[in-house]
Write a protein that binds this ligand. Structure first.
Ligand SMILES: Nc1nc2c(ncn2[C@@H]2O[C@H](COP(=O)(O)OP(=O)(O)O)[C@@H](O)[C@H]2O)c(=O)[nH]1
Ligand SMILES: [Mg+2]
Length: 212
């Protein structure tokens, strides 16, 4: 006789950090190393940077298209960041959760608050901090894809974003990329084993006990 199956609902792993704290590198590594994890591809009205691919990094859309998506209630959450609109399309996320797949979100604190409001039980949130403000500025400049003015604006915004650290389940100071990745992977592994996230445990244990 087959034992009852244990199914797991997918979880929503949110990564937030100020711009330049290494979030994109961490996210990329997690996705590469964990085939059970998929990225929620956001829609944005900002222009693609060199190397960014439409449909992979973002869905790059016009302001009108974005507005239409808001009106049709197609977003799980959406927010205004650095003068542009960003939003998480709801449908792929809902499908993945039901299929027991985990989703990674690269969203800001506003998005995290909205996702927490929509699905508090499914959400696991991680905040990445830079080791120092000098390091943050260095990383932003090294990227050199944005103008000086944009970099200055983002430095100012970094303090604002960082003030939300306490709203997150986990906080990691990104001193070493590999250690940070390992930290997030451990969080993911532990959260997958959460009692409440596994369906069918009752039946499974009943059968274990009945088979004594
Ligand atoms: N609320 C929300 N924030 C998003 C979304 N997509 C991206 N962001 C955030 O918008 C900010 C700017 O992202 P981006 O333009 O890619 O520049 P980055 O700061 O270099 O990553 C980052 O903090 C992202 O986490 C989204 O769908 N919703
Ligand atoms: Mg990013």
């Amino acid at each position: 006789m087959n034992s009852p199956t244990i199914r797991r609902r997918g979880l929503m792993l949110v990564l937030s950090s100020p711009s330049g704290a290494g979030k994109t590198s961490v996210a990329r590594a997690l996705l590469q190393r964990d085939p059970a994890l998929t990225l929620s591809v956001s829609a944005t009205t900002r222009k693609p940077r060199p190397g960014e691919v439409d449909g992979k990094d973002y869905h790059f859309v016009s302001a009108e298209t974005f507005k239409g998506m808001v009106e049709k209630d197609e977003f799980l959450e959406h927010a205004h960041v650095f003068g542009h609109s960003y939003g998480t399309p709801a449908q792929p996320v809902m499908e993945a959760l039901e299929q027991g797949r985990d989703i990674l979100f690269d969203v800001d604190w506003q998005g995290t608050q909205q996702l927490r409001g929509r699905a508090p039980k499914d959400l696991v949130s991680v905040f990445l901090l830079p080791p120092s403000i000098e390091e943050l500025e260095k990383r932003l400049r090294a990227r050199a894809q944005d103008s000086d003015e944009v970099v200055r604006g983002r430095m100012a915004k970094a303090t604002d974003e960082m003030s939300h650290w306490a709203e997150y389940d986990y906080v990691i100071v990104n001193r070493d990329l590999e250690e940070t990745i390992a930290g997030v992977q451990s969080i993911l592994l532990a959260e997958r084993h959460r009692n409440q996230r596994q369906e069918g445990l009752f039946a499974f244990v009943s059968e274990l006990c009945a088979g004594r």
